[in-house]
Design a protein around this ligand. Sequence first.
Ligand SMILES: [Zn+2]
Length: 135
Amino acid sequence: MKWSRKGACKWRRWIQVLRETHPAPHPVMVRRVPLKGMDLLGQCALRAGGKRGKHFFIEVDSSLDRAQAWAILLHEWAHALNWTEGEPDHSAQWGKTLAELWREHVSDSDYEAELWALSPQPASWPSRRKHSHGG
Ligand SMILES: [Zn+2]
C-alpha cells in the first residue's frame, strides 16, 4: 500500500518517539518491505554487525495500511525490548511489554484519533499470516 507523504512522515516520527521512550538494548532499524510472499506481517532479528554494529532489524510488510503497520511494529518492538536468545518468543514478559507499548501509544489522544480514523474493517485484516524472529 502506497502511503501519503504525510503518512510516511508520521510513521517515521512514531518510530523516533519509540526510540526515545522505549530504547532497546541495541539500535533498532525499521524497514517497510514486501513480506507477503513470505506469508509474514513482520519480523524482528538481531543482526551482528557490519557498519552499523549490533542492531535490531525490524521489517514490516509494506502492503499494510498505517494502523496495521503500527500494530505490527509495536509487536516486533516488544520483541526487541525482550530479546533473549533461545527463550520462547511470546513470553508473559513480552506480552506485558506489548501491553505497555500499546497503552502508552494507542491511548494517547493523537495516536488514538489517528488509529481509529485509519482502522480497517475487521474483514480486511490479513488472516492466517504470521511473523517470525530470525537472527
Ligand atoms: Zn512475535
